[in-house]
Design a protein around this ligand. Sequence first.
Ligand SMILES: [Zn+2]
Length: 433
Amino acid sequence: MTTEPCFALRGDLLDFTADPGFAAPAGAQGVRYRPDHWLLVEGGRVAGVQAAEPDAGWTRVDHRGCLVMPGFVDTHVHSPQLDVIASFGTELLEWLNTYTFPAERRYVDPQVAVAGAERFLDALLAHGTTSAVVFPTVHKVSVEALFAGAERRGMRLVAGKVLMDRHAPDGLRDDVHQAERDCLDLIQRWHGRGRLAYALTVRFAPTSTSAQMNMAAALMAAHPGTYMQTHVAENRDEVRWVAELFPQARSYLDVYQRHGLLNERAVLAHGVWLDDEDRVLLRESGAQIAHSPSSNLFLGSGLFDWLGAEGQGANVTLATDVGGGTSLSMIRTLADAYKVQALRGVKLTAYKALYGATRGAARALHLADEIGSFDTGCHADVAVWDWAATPLMQHRVDLAETLHERLFAWMTLGDERLLRAAYVAGTQRYRRA
Ligand SMILES: [Zn+2]
């Protein structure tokens, strides 16, 4: 007898079986829409999908008329930066010094770290995001708090201690040896425990010495399944600074390559200012770009060339990058992604955008057998959404004549107010009051 969740959830089920790419909506492949179906959940996992009403043995959860999707995957977000989201008037480097570093310094206090982690994880779930790749702070206690909170909620979380041994203020710098001991201890206690994975977390090339990046690469190589997360080529002043700091490197991305940090488990935020050689390097290494459109717009960083990246075979996923980004909502993030691509003359379909925030992210993280779809055997990480949050939105959605038109209006007009409920491994972790 299992005591784990076992139920059938009714709604309009949407997930993806393959990348719809940049095809026009009418020709898009890989879209799996099953309106008014039942998602069967057994032992916290997807046991199947069916049109027919399940037999009396199943507990029924009726969300008919709602859009039911796999929980979103946010591939780049900073847990302590809810404290500085929506801060005025700066670009990246000044933004870090003025707002972000002072906020992160407070996380040395265990009470601040625990309260911050709890607030952050609950907020993710309240935005329909059930999995994330997260930067806490340089402080070990901030990682402990985040992993412990994610474990209690049963969430798939990838995170690690931020590494910064130079060009950061007092209270936020580590050194190679202490950082190595902290990482090792955290890996041994948290990596592979439940649904948690450790990521060697180089904040960005300017704040780590070569010795520290080499240390991170050695730990990653020694511990199978660990990830690497960092930032790359977000802002032009930052790119210039990296070129000064690493004159021997061909490019910003090449700095990470030279230090052994690029592989198929590397998650690099932004990648706005890359060239074709960089994009080829992304493909060859299997690393992914966590595209953060809201952040790129808000900090004035630039317009990511998604088509160029995919044209060279690079993996692209979607991320909020709070607090450079202005919302934890992946829906708002997708709407911003559309606008960024529109400024580049590219039309991003709702299918492509939603794929990138679900199965596409799962695939790039090598977690497609666990998250991102309703494939049988995946964890039942599920978000239940209303089709509209306001009368005006209802009016627009009702006028839609095709699934894509409806989804695109939903994505463009929607936000976290649409969320009715979120389940993690079959357990309800959020329900709108
Ligand atoms: Zn970031």
